[in-house]
Design a protein around this ligand. Structure first.
Ligand code: HEM
Length: 508
């Protein structure tokens, strides 16, 4: 489209690049944080860069987050930014393959399944899954041998990927998926996941084997869930505490129940949305605990204080007590501050949008305008370590979350607002909090609905491990590893081994 910019308006400054089309793809792709901070030095909070033929206008800082995430859906579209990535994996008639109002209804259905009542049951299922995993997986052989002197070792991301899928399938996904994990389901998941990569985000379709396998896996996975739904109906349908059960009970505003394939595709979407995000967060958390013995001890002590028996064993957690664990809460929050799994959130620009003067002062040629056809980008990874906002921004320091007047608590004030028992998420309405610098779960209409589930899952997984073993960084690893930005969510670079030793008093 021919770009016509009115005389009193101008395009945001553009990042210089040598190679047409490719633009800044390599610098941004290798280290988005470094790239975005360097561009901010040169161009300010709003600038445009070229990403494999796309024009992407970045809006940084809390005001930038607000601009992108609080923008009207008539101006900024998540669907048009992501559907080529998500629809082949999730499937038809859900998420970005339906009009936004329908997706918002679907999010509401999911919210019904993420109830406190279900969470109470999930807590014990999580504990049990981790316990079983540690008893049976080879990585924990030293622990299993009941040896309190020798150290064992594991690759943290390998372990967390397995624990995350085991715990999510035992709870949200349901018993059929959990039992299929040992067999057919795992392979399908693996192939589908191979189609959910940055390459798939950049190129809708390529004649590659991984694209073919993705499509094949999607069909089979969709059938897998549809079979579960049909079998449950045929068996007279017993109510379970899982998401399939919750979705089978829901109806759209016009009274129509969800069709089987819609339920199947929502289940796939939830599987994909929660797997890497939670497993990455769990990995980073364990790495930080392994490198910070003081915090690790405090976390262990918190478990002893709340749930410890005099003989060194532990009572099972209760949901109510779990919500009071401030050390655990701060540890997860701080990890998500330094390592938000999704570093950039993008939207497609549907109509020319002026940039407010409060975000970027107009140039001598007038107000900046972002033209239709561009993309906009907000970055949690930048605003969460912005030295203009956070004291010692790159330091992992969970105690910053304990000061009610501190920057961290102020930044996440909206978290408390949105998560208090009384608060209604108000789907469809732009929720509060889009102007926060702390947005690991996004903000606004597309905000994450899995946050509380993820906190419960991560919290239980981490404490169940910490109750049983002490952790240290693997031999030769002197610090928490750097970020690997080449995967869909930000993962720790290899080597990322953790050494563990059985706690002296831990139960057998
Ligand atoms: C959306 C992060 C876990 C389901 C989002 C968004 C972020 C995010 C940043 C907003 C994306 C955007 O605006 O484009 C995370 C993190 C997680 C996590 C950091 C774990 C630590 C989960 C889990 C589930 C889930 C466990 C499912 C149970 C969703 C859904 C959306 C979403 C359905 C809505 C997408 C939309 O409305 O466009 N998540 N997520 N997430 N997440 Fe999560």
């Amino acid at each position: 489209r021919q770009l016509i910019v009115p005389r009193d308006r101008s395009l945001p400054p553009e990042v210089f690049h040598w190679i047409p089309i490719i633009g800044s793809a390599i610098s941004y792709g290798n280290d988005p944080l470094k790239f975005l901070f360097e561009c901010r030095e040169k161009y300010g909070d709003v600038f445009t860069f070229t990403l494999l033929g796309r024009k992407v206008t970045v809006a940084l800082g809390p005001k930038g987050n607000n601009f992108v995430l609080g923008g009207k859906s008539t101006a900024f579209s998540a669907a048009e930014a992501y559907t080529h990535l998500t629809t082949p994996v999730f499937g038809k008639d859900v998420v970005f393959d339906v009009p936004n109002e329908v997706f918002m209804e679907q999010k509401k259905f999911v919210k019904v399944g993420l109830s406190t009542e279900n969470f109470r049951e999930y807590l014990h299922m999580f504990e049990q899954e981790v316990d079983d995993f540690m008893r049976n997986d080879e990585a924990f052989i030293i622990w299993q041998m009941n040896d309190i002197n020798e150290w064992g070792r594991f690759d943290v991301t390998d372990i967390m990927a397995q624990i995350t899928i085991l715990t999510a399938s035992r709870t949200l996904q349901g018993k059929e998926v959990r039992s299929g994990l040992d067999k057919s389901f795992s392979e399908l998941y693996h192939d589908l996941d191979g189609g959910f990569t940055p390459l798939n985000f950049m190129f809708a379709d390529l004649p590659l084997e991984s694209y073919r396998r993705r499509d094949e896996a999607h069909k089979k996975m969709s059938q897998y869930y549809t079979d579960i739904i049909r079998k449950r109906r045929k068996a007279g349908y017993t109510e379970e505490s899982d998401m399939i059960s919750a979705l089978m009970d829901q109806t759209y505003r016009d009274g129509r129940p969800l069709r089987d394939h819609e339920i199947a595709h929502i289940m796939i979407a939830l599987l994909m949305a929660g797997q890497h995000t939670s497993s990455a967060t769990g990995s980073w958390t364990l790495l930080h605990l392994a490198s910070n013995i003081g915090v690790q001890d405090a976390l262990y002590q918190e478990q002893v204080d709340y749930f410890g028996n005099p003989d060194g064993t532990f009572r099972p957690m209760t949901y109510e007590a779990f919500r009071k664990l401030t050390v655990l809460d701060s540890v997860i929050r701080e990890t998500l501050r330094l390592h938000p799994p999704i570093h950039s959130i993008m939207r497609y620009v549907r109509s020319d949008v002026p940039v407010p003067a409060t975000l970027a002062a107009p140039s001598e040629n007038g107000t900046y305008v972002i033209p239709k056809g561009y993309y906009v980008l907000a970055s949690a990874a930048v605003s969460q370590v912005d030295p203009l906002i956070w004291p010692s921004p790159r330091k992992w320091d969970p105690t910053r979350w304990c000061d009610p007047e501190g920057v961290a608590m102020q930044a996440s004030k909206t978290y408390a607002d949105e998560h208090g028992e009384k608060i209604d998420y108000g789907f469809g309405a732009v929720s509060k909090g889009t102007e926060s610098p702390y947005i690991p779960f996004g903000a606004g209409r597309h905000r994450c609905i899995g946050e509380q589930f993820a906190y419960l899952q991560l919290g239980t997984v981490i404490t169940t491990i910490i109750r049983k073993v002490e952790l240290r960084l693997g031999d030769g690893i002197t610090d928490v590893p750097g970020h690997n930005y080449h995967t869909m969510v930000t993962m720790p670079k290899k080597p990322r081994d953790i050494c563990y030793r059985r706690r002296k008093l831990a139960e057998t």
